[in-house]
Design a protein around this ligand. Structure first.
Ligand code: SF4
Ligand SMILES: [Zn+2]
Length: 146
């Protein structure tokens, strides 16, 4: 990483924040290799800068950035106090207000915009409401086969 703030970050001069290319493959490997260093990000005031610089989702990053542990650009572990505010401002797209829009934000290390947040809530509520119905249908199908 570059920038004067990197010298003042708690991880400055420390190793083990990104695995050696040959040493890792799976999420478990990354957890074993980098997970022990995650608490170093706890007091770091530069989490937003760290994520904005590395762009973990976009570059399919493996390792630690911004208080989160990433595997192939996806967060697989995080400190308890991470906040969406550490992610970049959302960029509004034609797909905003849909599940695809919400996925675009997360692929780009951005906060989710209000209309995508609302769409995600509605989709989740619909899924929850449909769950009992699906289970009922499965039971009926099962009963019909006996
Ligand atoms: S958030 Fe973590 S990895 Fe990023 S600069 Fe701070 S201590 Fe280093
Ligand atoms: Zn959006």
């Amino acid at each position: 990483m570059t920038g004067a703030w990197t010298l003042r970050a708690p991880c400055s001069g420390q190793d083990g924040f990104a695995p050696n290319q040959d040493a890792c493959g799976s999420a478990t490997d990354i957890k074993n290799l980098c997970g022990p260093q995650l608490p170093t990000c706890g007091p770091c005031p530069f989490r937003a800068e760290c994520i904005a610089t590395i762009k973990p989702s976009q570059v399919k990053f493996d390792g630690i950035a911004g208080g989160r542990l990433w595997c192939n650009g996806e967060v697989i572990d995080a400190l308890d106090d991470v906040s969406d505010d550490e992610l970049a401002e959302p960029k509004l797209r034609p797909s905003c207000g849909t599940e695809a829009g919400a996925k675009s934000h997360s692929r780009n290390d951005e906060r989710i915009c209000p209309s995508c947040r609302q769409a995600t809530r509605e989709i989740e509520a619909r899924r929850q409401a449909e769950k009992p119905k699906r289970q009922e249908q499965l039971q009926l199908d099962f009963a019909g086969t006996t």
